[in-house]
Design a protein around this ligand. Sequence first.
Ligand code: BTN
Length: 331
Amino acid sequence: MSRESILALLRAHEGTFVSGEEISGGLSRTAVWKAVDALRRDGYVIEARTGLGYRLVSSPDALTELEIRRFLGQTAVVGRELRCFDEIDSTNTYAKQIALSGAADGTVVVANCQTAGRGRMDRSFQSPRDKGVYLSVLLRPELPPDRLLSVTALAGVAVCRTVERVCGVCPGLKWPNDPVLGKKKLCGILTELALEGETGRVQSLVLGIGINVLQTRKDFPPEVAEMATSLAMELGRPVSRPALAAALIQELDQLYADLKAGDLSAYLSAYRRDCVNLGRTVQLIGPEGRETVTAVDIDQDFGLVVRDADGAEKTVRSGEVSVRGMYGYVE
Ligand code: BTN
C-alpha cells in the first residue's frame, strides 16, 4: 500500500482506529510502519495503539499535492498538473521557465514559501513560510493578446469568489486588481505574458497570485504593514491554506473556460459591484505626477473611468497609473 492509499484509508475511518492488518493489504508490519512514519514526517498526526491500530488525528496545513487534491476534485484544464514546492524562489519565475520547456496548459505551481517572490513594477512580494497561498498558473490561450488585457482584473474577481466561498466574506477590489478586506490589501496578482515577436501570438501567460492567509502584523515588512492584511487578521480565525488553494484553482479553471468562451459579463458586473474606488475621490499617480479625480465607472475592458473637477471624463488603463485613496490605501 502506498502512502496515499494508507492516508485515504485512515481518512475514510476519520476519528476511529484502523487495524494494522487492514492497512497492510499484504505488506509487512515494517512497511506499514515506514509509510506511517513518512506521513508523520509530512506533518500528519497519526496515533498508534497496540491492539487497535492507527488513527488519523490531524492533517498538516500544507500546500502539498496530497492536501490540495483532497479538496480539489476534477478540473477541466487548470490544476490537472500540480507542482508543489516547500520552498522556491518565485512560482511565477518557475512557471515561466517550464513554459519554455513545454509544460502543459493549466499547470499550477504552488509553494509554502518564496525566497524571491515578485510583485508588479519590479517590487518584491514577501512570502513568509506557511503563511500564504503563493500560486502561479501557466496558461496557453489561443486568443489574441487584446482578448487577454483584462485577465488580471478577472483574476481579481476569481480571488474574491474564492475567499467568499471558503470564508464567507467577499473582499472588495481596488482597481485594477487588488482584493482588499478591511480597507487593506489581502492579495497581490502579477500577470506575465510571453508573445512571439513576429506574429504577436501568445506563447504563454503566467498568472501569479499571492493571498495573505495566516500572517499577523509582524509578518509584514514595515513599509507595507500599514496597508496589508491577512484572512486570519480580518476573520480572527485561521483558514485552511490547501482548501483555499483548491478553491482558487477551481475558480481559475472556470475563469479560463469563460475567457475562452468570451463570456465575461458576470465578471464585469461582479467587478463593478465590488470595486471599492467607484464613487470616491482618488489620486492617479503616474509619470506626470498626481491628479485628483472621482472614479465613476469601470468600462467594458475593465478600465477605470474617472471625472476631473471640470467634469471631463477619461478612462485610465492598468499599467498607466496607480490609484490611491485620499487618506489611505483605499479611501
Ligand atoms: C503585487 O501586488 O505587486 C503582485 C504580487 C504577486 C505575488 C504572487 S505570489 C505568487 C506569484 N509568484 C511571484 O513571484 N509573484 C506572484
